[in-house]
Write a new protein. Structure first.
Length: 258
């Protein structure tokens, strides 16, 4: 008897490329959601060596994290133009892309938006309004009309042509947007759960005191007031984005005839 020419289908884990633009950038809530999905994460520490994925074929999704540089700092971070092109290639191929803070600004640049430097300073937990389109979008639909989340940025951007604004605030009009099926940018740090905020507090006290005098002393009170709700919102967003990743879920392997 001749056996089937294929082995049974077997599941493959999602493969996620994560671009780190600044040392020790934690994934926080996003790490939990990816772990729940059994995803494989490959880190690219571009801030250190400029190395990026060579193409889009090795990963099912791309995450671009925040950083202290601007999205236009090509001279001091010469890998940025290549990263801009890479995000566009992932998105144009229909793969899931997520840009957080600086990552959202890089996404905006990739799709033709303008970057505005130093014009939208926010730090700490802030309220975010969800647009009508956002309330109907998979990323934010579970959060109602508004939610509180952590912010740390000075720059902002114009909404690229064809993008859908999902969330907004008085300081930064474009707090979240979608392009196509699953290309998302969030100006806010939804991944920054209480543990990540504690890490930032310990690692960057001088910077925080300079940009938000008195916040360090108020942190415990603010965390008690906002931390639990922000953590829940961040995890809901993380899980929603992960659910949109279209991985090669099955693999057919040739088997010799018996």
């Amino acid at each position: 008897m001749v056996s089937s020419p294929y082995r049974p289908y077997r599941e493959k884990p999602m493969r996620i490329a994560v671009i780190e633009n600044m040392r020790n950038t934690g994934l926080g809530a996003l790490a939990l959601a990816l772990d729940e999905a059994g995803a494989e994460i490959e880190w690219f520490r571009a801030w250190q060596d400029g190395i990026l994925p060579p193409d889009i074929s090795g990963h099912d999704a791309l995450v671009v994290l925040g950083g202290e540089q601007s999205a236009l700092d090509d001279e001091t971070h010469p890998y940025l133009p290549d990263l801009v092109r890479l995000t566009r290639r992932f998105g144009d191929a229909g793969k899931a892309v997520l840009g957080i803070c600086l990552g959202s600004q890089i996404l905006a640049r990739a799709y033709g938006g303008d970057n505005f430097l130093g014009s939208a300073r926010e730090f700490g937990w802030h309220g975010i309004g969800v647009t009508e389109e956002g309330r109907a979008d998979p990323l934010l639909s579970a959060l109602g009309g508004e939610f509180t989340i952590f912010e740390w940025h000075a720059d902002t951007f114009s909404l690229p042509a064809g993008a859908v604004r999902l969330a907004t605030s008085p300081v930064a009009e474009n707090q979240a947007f979608r392009i196509g099926r699953a290309v998302y940018g969030t100006q806010f740090h939804f991944e920054a759960n209480s543990a990540v905020v504690e890490q930032w507090k310990a690692e960057f006290p001088d910077t925080i005191e300079r940009i938000a005098p008195g916040w360090l002393e108020s942190h415990a009170e603010l965390a008690a007031r906002h931390g639990r709700g922000a953590d829940a919102a961040g995890l809901a967003i993380a899980r929603a984005w992960v659910s949109l990743i279209e991985a090669d879920e099955i693999e057919m392997l040739s088997e010799a005839s018996a």
